[in-house]
Structures are given as structure tokens and as C-alpha cells.
Write a protein that binds this ligand. Structure first.
Ligand code: FNR
Length: 366
């Protein structure tokens, strides 16, 4: 299951080299799980294409002394405006799983968001990377169960919470079905073991196969408003694509939204996140924390997302590739390459600080 970490002189040298080596080295099942999108993969590839089609018009001869990539977000200082996105089951890629990823994040002073579907116990991950204090929740079928999961995270020292709202059911995962993906017996969502899955009542008058079984266990805005009121920590909503949903999140007191389509793993045909971002920022205003993820593969992509109004971004598959190729060393290297590329993009486009990255520098050809 795991790869042996190569000597550092055998490590890939570029981000694209990580992605191609990871793709080539993964088992077909892992490739289907980690790299494919739902359905035809249209949304997953639209995320990447949107960045590739964006144009950055650089500014020249500005004063670049004292530059930095630092930002403030929800009362925390980040050395660079990106975090590791929450993704499930790191142990499929490396024996040390999320602990290896957290160690790498710590080494680079970048924060990792731990998924509720972590394959390592959350205490162990926290102690491997104490600087990573963000945790991602799923709705667990009821207010009480979801609140208990949030409390478990807060008790373990997490201080920033994200609730993922875009995956009430799994997307149509053709690639996983074709590859017969299933979890091996030694990999599971260990932190959810103590929560009993919601009981589905099958009713005589059921009109549909899937709807009638799960709809009762799904949250609505009233449930989220309740959760936000009961929690003593900021909660962001992840998986927002419509400006009205962003405005609703703002109204009920969410600490921010993450413009995301789950890396194209849920509703195939959903818009790319980069194309959805500007209207959302316009709706909630420039001061509300809007983050985004999906399709970011290079440092310059981070600059593009920031120009369009994101306060920070999350990075998923590039991190999975680093972990697959070389464990914590690989993740650490991918983080470093992303940050170096961002700095180079800022210098080349005349931006000493993140505040200097302006909307009119980026043109979207969508
Ligand atoms: C995810 N994502 C995800 N999101 C979440 O909130 N909880 C989770 O457990 C997971 N699990 C997961 C597994 C895998 C294999 C992937 C690829 C993604 C979505 C993730 O947080 C993020 O939205 C996307 O990965 C961002 O897109 P990129 O950077 O992978 O293009």
C-alpha cells in the first residue's frame, strides 16, 4: 500500500512531475478514487481548465521590497494564502496517513484541514502537526450527532471548523465502479466509528429509491443556523456555488464560505469553481471570508483565485500526489513548490503583498 520515500535527489523536481509520477505509480483503484471526478469528469476537468484559460496581465516596475505571501484569516496569520484541503483516507496512499501529511504541513508552516473521514485518530494527527487546527465535519444525520462530532474536534484542540454541505449523497462515481474501488480492511474513518449511521426507515408509500431513504437525515438552513449558534468556534460552509447560498450563509452567521464543487466528485456538470467565484464575492462583499478550491495546480493559480476575490484557497489532489510519491517529504516538497511558484508569480506580476493582487490583472476566458 505504501511507497518507500525515495532519496531526496530522486524526488520529482516540479509539480507536474509529482502529478505524473503519482498517476503512474498509483494502483488503478487509488487512481480512480483520488484522481477521477464524478460522471464524465466534466466538472473536475473544468476546474483545471478555468485556471489554464485565465490570463494574468503583469504590472512592471512597482516597488517589491519587503514583499511576502502572508495573510490574516479568521484571526490567524497564514504564511501563505493556502491550506491543505480536507480529503479522506490518506492511509490509502501512505502508511502514516494523515499524520505524515500533518507533519509536512508543520514543516512548511502551512495549515492542513483534517477530514472527518481521516484514516488516523484525530489526536495522533493533532500531535503530528500542532499548527493544523482546522477540522472538517460532515452532517451525521441529526443535530445531536453533528454537534457531538464538532465537540470531539474542539476537545482535541481544533479551533476552526468547516461543514461540508455539497455531498448529501456520493456523486455518480463511474471510475470507482469500473475499478471496483473499495476500502481495504485496515483503512477506515476511525474517528467516526463511535457514531452510529442514521437509521433509514423504509416506508410503504415511498416514491423513490434514494430520496425517501435519506432525505429525513439531511440538514436544511435551519439546522445549520442552529449548529452555528451552539458552537463556540467559527464554522465555514464548504461547497457553495450559488451567490444566494453564500448570502444565506452570511446571514445565519457562518464565519465564511468555501466555493467548492468537491473537486468535481459530486454533481458532474456543476460549474468550475473559478467561474462561480466572482459573483459570490460580489454578492457577499469584499470583507466576508470567501475561500475556494478545485483545480489549483500551480502557484500562479493561487494568485488568480485571489485576484478574483478569494481570501485563501485549499489544495486537494496535488497534496495526495505528494503523499503518494514520497510520503511526508513529498507533501512538504509540493507545499514548498506551490509557495515558491506563488512568490515568483507575485514578483513577475508586480505584487509585493497579497493586497497588491488586483482584480483587473486577471482576465477569464470562460
Ligand atoms: C475530497 N474532498 C473532500 N472534501 C471534504 O470536505 N471532505 C472529505 O472527506 C473529502 N474527501 C475527498 C477525497 C478525495 C480523494 C478528493 C480528491 C477530494 C474534496 C476536497 O476537500 C476539495 O474540495 C477538492 O479536492 C479540491 O479540488 P482539487 O484541489 O483536488 O482539484
Amino acid at each position: 500500500m505504501s511507497f518507500t520515500a525515495p532519496d531526496s535527489d530522486q524526488l520529482p523536481r516540479t509539480l507536474n512531475d509529482y502529478y505524473s509520477r503519482a498517476r503512474a505509480g498509483m494502483s488503478p483503484r487509488n487512481r480512480a478514487y483520488f484522481l477521477a471526478g464524478a460522471g464524465d469528469g466534466q466538472t473536475a476537468s473544468a476546474n483545471e481548465t478555468a485556471f489554464q484559460q485565465a490570463e494574468v496581465t503583469p504590472r512592471m516596475l512597482r516597488d517589491l521590497r519587503g514583499g511576502s505571501t502572508e495573510v490574516s484569516l479568521l484571526g490567524q496569520k497564514l504564511v501563505a494564502p493556502f491550506l491543505i484541503a480536507p480529503f479522506a483516507y490518506h492511509r490509502l496512499l501512505h502508511d502514516a496517513g494523515e499524520s505524515a501529511t500533518a507533519r509536512a504541513a508543520e514543516a512548511q508552516s502551512i495549515k492542513m484541514v483534517l477530514s472527518a473521514q481521516s484514516s488516523e485518530p484525530l489526536d495522533r494527527v493533532r500531535s503530528s502537526g500542532p499548527g493544523s487546527d482546522w477540522f472538517q465535519l460532515h452532517w451525521l444525520g441529526s443535530r445531536e450527532a453533528t454537534q457531538a462530532l464538532a465537540q470531539m474536534a474542539l476537545d482535541a484542540g481544533f479551533t476552526r471548523l468547516i461543514l461540508t454541505i455539497d455531498a448529501p449523497v456520493q456523486g455518480v462515481r463511474d471510475r470507482e465502479i469500473e475499478a471496483q474501488f473499495q476500502l481495504p480492511p485496515d483503512v477506515s474513518a476511525v474517528n467516526l466509528a463511535r457514531f452510529t449511521p442514521p437509521a433509514f426507515t423504509s416506508r410503504e408509500d415511498a416514491q423513490s429509491i434514494i430520496f425517501d431513504h435519506i432525505a429525513e437525515t439531511l440538514p436544511t438552513w435551519a439546522d445549520i443556523a442552529w449548529l452555528i449558534e451552539t458552537l463556540e468556534a467559527p464554522l465555514l460552509l464548504k461547497g457553495v456555488l450559488h451567490p444566494e447560498d453564500a448570502a444565506q450563509a452570511q446571514r445565519i452567521g457562518a464565519a465564511g464560505v468555501i466555493v467548492s464543487n468537491h473537486g468535481g466528485r459530486v454533481l458532474d456538470r456543476a460549474p468550475s469553481t473559478l467561474s462561480a467565484l466572482p459573483a459570490i464575492v460580489a454578492k457577499v462583499g469584499p470583507d466576508y471570508p470567501v475561500l475556494m478550491d478545485g483545480g489549483i495546480r500551480r502557484g500562479v493559480d493561487i494568485l488568480i483565485a485571489l485576484a478574483l476575490g478569494a481570501k485563501a484557497v485549499l489544495i486537494g489532489r496535488p497534496i495526495a500526489c505528494g503523499l503518494a510519491v514520497a510520503g511526508d517529504l513529498g507533501v512538504s516538497h509540493v507545499l514548498r513548490l506551490l509557495r515558491d511558484e506563488l512568490e515568483i508569480a507575485m514578483l513577475l506580476s508586480g505584487c509585493a503583498t497579497v493586497q497588491d493582487i488586483e482584480r483587473d490583472m486577471v482576465h477569464l476566458k470562460l
